[in-house]
Unconditional design. Structure first.
Length: 368
């Protein structure tokens, strides 16, 4: 059992860190999300994952390891819509105590970036990082501005220097199919009942026709796996008409060197490491065509983007940020069969599934 001095020292460290993050003292005892953010940041810093020479992906993956066992909850980004909210005024949904496949990936990248330089208003900055990744150009301007199709999430992030798209370099082949899952499954997406939002999503889908998209075919994954690193973002491509991706995860290199999958699957119910290695995992997914791979990048200094960072800098409050609630990245369509972590089962995560964003935000509802 720890001695009193040890407990006091631990408490003192926690209070000092919370003060540095600008968190009101009551939140330490009542808000599990804030508690997790503090604890995870402290672990990443204490365990050397943020050293200059340490691969950034290791920090991202370790944040995901800290999330193991956390419940999988679908559709948190659409909760405001089910409550009658306006898709033109989408709130920023944040949570570290429940995830779908995409929010797990985004949250772990955000936590790893914040841990590089903790400062006052940490929860607000966490919101800024999440908004930067989740919305087109890093600007939240309603449901239609969310990056519902995960291939666009990758392309938009790569264009803005948030990540590196490795798919082409790893042998990715062109996938010229038009993405129309959301508009072709309008009834599956609550937000699309609104004509203005439906028109905006349709315009977005047509714009994506001009954005090249590549997929590493399933037979080539084994050859490419040696160049995939722990913490790289994996997107599982599908043959479902009009849809690009049905599930997302983080690459995780096992102690024996085999490349595995760390994710939040619908089938497993919690964040977990899949039992199957990546190659077998993809082969077991019905209608899977391969994967896309992107590497999260360490951002230099306090690089913030216009439109994505005005959130109380010193209080830790959430303003319009609604913890754990929100819309659905790409909508909420029928849920295609994404990968399961145990015996491959359906893992709602794809833009054609009813969560393109939810579980894969376009995977569980056909569009993120």
């Amino acid at each position: 059992m720890a001695s009193d001095p040890t407990r006091r020292e631990a408490l003192a460290r926690l209070l000092l860190l919370s003060a540095a993050l600008g968190l009101p003292r009551p939140l330490l005892a009542t808000d599990p999300d804030i508690q997790r953010l503090i604890a995870w940041v402290e672990r990443l810093r204490a365990e050397g994952f943020l050293a200059e020479d340490a691969p950034f992906g290791r920090a991202v993956a370790h944040a995901a390891e800290l999330a193991l066992g956390t419940p999988y909850v679908a559709g948190t980004l659409e909760e405001y819509l089910r409550a009658g909210g306006d898709p033109a005024a989408e709130p920023l949904a944040l949570s570290l105590t429940r995830f779908d496949c995409v929010t797990l990936v985004e949250s772990c990248i955000a936590v790893a970036r914040l841990a590089q330089d903790p400062f006052k208003g940490m929860w607000a900055r966490f919101g800024t990082e999440m908004e930067r990744m989740r919305y087109r150009d890093g600007r939240r301007r309603g449901y239609a501005s969310r990056l519902h199709y995960f291939s666009e999430w990758i392309a938009d992030g790569a264009r803005r220097g948030l990540l590196q798209d490795l798919t082409a370099d790893l042998g990715g082949a062109p996938d010229p199919r038009p993405l129309r899952f959301m508009t072709e499954h309008r009834a599956s997406y609550t937000a699309l009942a609104d004509d203005t939002t439906f028109a905006a999503i349709g315009a977005m889908e047509r714009t994506l026709d001009a954005v090249p998209r590549r997929v590493i075919p399933t037979p080539r994954i084994a050859e490419a796996s040696g160049r995939i690193e722990t913490g790289d973002v994996l997107a599982f491509a599908t043959a479902i008409p009009g849809l690009d991706v049905t599930h997302t995860a983080l690459a995780w290199r096992r102690p024996d060197g085999v490349l595995g999958v760390l994710h939040a699957p619908l089938s497993g119910g919690v964040v977990e490491i899949a039992r199957l290695p990546l190659t077998d995992y993809v082969a077991a997914i019905r209608r899977a065509t391969g994967i896309m791979v992107a590497r999260p990048l360490r951002l230099a200094g306090e690089k913030r983007e216009a439109g994505s960072g005005k959130r109380e800098a010193g209080s830790g409050k959430r303003e319009a940020v609604e913890k754990g609630e929100g819309g659905s990245r790409a909508a909420e369509p029928p849920t295609p069969p994404p990968p399961r972590s145990h015996p491959p089962r359906r893992s709602r995560c794809a833009p054609g599934a009813r969560r393109h964003r939810r579980c894969c935000r376009l995977a569980a509802r056909g569009a993120r």
